[in-house]
Write a protein that binds this ligand. Structure first.
Ligand code: NAD
Length: 484
């Protein structure tokens, strides 16, 4: 049993302002594995004050290359403790260890390396010709940023937001989910190791009330939120009312389109990780598999075989490919969707219940529904568990129509023997990231975000960095010459 009695506030380990406690419960054993302080309003106030002081301090004035050096050191320090971080995330939220080292931790270092490289090359200042003379167009830190983090890929989502924030020179107050506070404690130790200037980062695990208090805090200028679409709407409304800058990364219901010329022997094994990664608890999960009627049975057989081949069990066991869901309520939600699929007439091909022999832990069998109509609830709503649907289509246009018949637009893919044909489909699907014969559900160096109800704004790449910058135009005298 791990017990913590401090919070990481402005780069110091401080006693919390209340005696509220978060109990971290193992999704595998259902036992309490750690107790940590739950941040309260007073802690948010202290963190925001520290961030405001840091904004006026030396870090934002460093050259972009100096800020990039901190990001490189952060990436290296995370890599040095990667196994410990992966094991911690596996213990707190059930991500299989076969996936967590790469998908949870090393992916985070790849993101931070990308931010470091971008900071070294991004044009933070440009002398531009203006209507009356030259102007200096400067990109300055957006101010104090808040990063609201979900439990499914906690460190990776911290890397998306914190990397951008530090590259921009903006201090950040992070609020991890109450389900996954433990990786944040390791991150705090790592930030100490790299001697990041005080005040630049605070880490305040807490629930949604404190999240909302942070979002509303008058000292916070920018909110980077990742979570459900329902919570994102609330956060977006608060930011709109208070005219705060805001990036929203929300839910998804992405479609993988298997075209009639796809080689199923290679496509289906490549597609499956995108469908079931992280126990299906992934915003980018491609949970709708669209199959041509001409090859429908072949696709169903190949997907069913792959789903049957998954190994459900203790996420710490390297052989496991699907671990338990994060919480009992999440298992209830997923089982509820499986019931709904049955009652709306989808045909259950694999799974559909709790796995035999796993009576402890919040396990759900990897489940495949076939003969699914895209109007069914299981094809429209984000399930966030290992539940897939194969949906038949008539022709390519019908496949694009079905893929687009969704409130969401986060990820997706197309599988074809002809890359140009796949690219043609990719251009017609209304979604933020798309793969052509690729298992990658996002690119760690290029913009990531959603169309429609999957979000507002982008993370990663120059677009993502710009979301943590304000633009200032300094009008100069007509005869201004920059110093040689
Ligand atoms: P959630 O919306 O319940 O919570 C996400 C985070 O927001 C948590 O830290 C939570 O405490 C906080 N929060 C909730 N309501 C809030 C409010 N009103 N004000 C401020 N903070 C609030 O989501 P979750 O269950 O933790 O995560 C799963 C969801 O996240 C899924 O819908 C998934 O698709 C989405 N997600 C999206 C992405 C993406 O990049 N698009 C990535 C991962 C997860």
């Amino acid at each position: 049993m791990e017990t913590k009695d401090t919070l990481y506030i402005g780069g110091e380990w401080l006693s919390p302002s209340s005696d509220a406690v978060i109990e971290v419960v193992s999704p595998t054993t259902e036992q309490v594995i750690a107790r940590v302080p739950e941040a309260a309003e007073g802690d948010v106030d202290r963190a925001v004050e520290a961030a405001k002081a840091a904004l006026a301090g030396p870090f934002p004035q460093l050259t972009p290359a100096e800020r990039a050096d901190y990001l490189t050191r952060l990436s290296q320090a995370i890599a040095a403790r990667s196994q410990e971080l992966a094991d911690t995330i596996t213990a707190e939220m059930g991500s299989p260890s076969s996936w967590s080292l790469l998908g949870q931790v090393l992916s985070s270092t790849m993101v931070l390396d990308g931010w470091a490289d971008l900071a070294r090359t991004f044009p933070f200042e440009e002398l531009r010709a203006g209507g009356m003379g030259p102007s200096l167009v400067r990109k300055e830190p957006v101010g104090v940023a808040a990063g609201i983090i979900p439990w499914n890929v906690p460190l990776f989502i911290i890397a998306l937001k914190l990397g951008a924030s530090l590259a921009a020179g903006a201090p950040m107050v992070l609020k991890p989910s109450p389900e996954t506070p433990l990786d944040g404690y390791l991150l705090g130790e790592i930030l100490d190791e790299i001697e990041l200037p005080k005040g630049m980062v605070s880490i305040l695990p807490a629930g949604r009330e404190i999240g909302e208090y942070l979002v509303r805090h008058p000292g916070v200028d920018k909110v980077g939120f990742t979570g459900s679409t329902a919570a994102g709407r609330k956060v977006g409304a608060i930011c709109g009312e208070m005219l705060k800058r805001c990036t929203l990364e929300l839910g998804g219901k992405s479609a993988a389109i298997v075209l009639d010329d796809a080689d199923l022997a290679t496509s289906i094994p490549m597609l499956m990780p995108s469908a079931l990664m992280n126990n299906g608890e992934a915003c980018v999960a491609q949970t709708r598999i669209l199959a041509p009627r001409s090859r429908y049975d072949e696709v169903v057989d190949a997907v069913a075989e792959a789903v049957r081949a998954t190994v459900v069990g203790d996420p710490a066991d390297p052989a496991t490919t699907v671990g338990p869901l994060v919480a009992e309520r999440q298992r209830g939600r997923v089982l509820g969707y499986i019931d709904k699929g049955r009652s709306e007439g989808a045909k259950l091909a694999v799974g559909g219940g709790r796995p035999a022999g796993l009576d402890t832990g919040w396990f759900v069998e990897p489940t495949l529904f076939v003969d699914v109509d895209n109007n069914m609830t299981i094809a429209q709503e984000e399930i966030f568990g290992p539940v897939l649907a194969v949906i038949p289509y008539d022709d390519e246009s019908d496949a694009v129509r079905i893929a687009n018949d969704s409130d969401y637009g986060l990820s997706g893919s197309v599988w074809s023997g002809d890359v140009e044909r796949g690219l043609g489909v990719a251009k017609r699907v209304r979604t933020g990231t798309y793969g052509v014969n690729s298992f990658a559900t996002l690119d760690v160096r290029n913009p990531f975000g959603g169309f429609k109800s999957s979000g507002v704004g982008r993370e990663l790449g120059p677009e993502g960095l710009s979301a943590y910058l304000e633009t200032k135009t300094i009008v100069l005298p007509g005869d201004y010459q920059p110093p040689a």
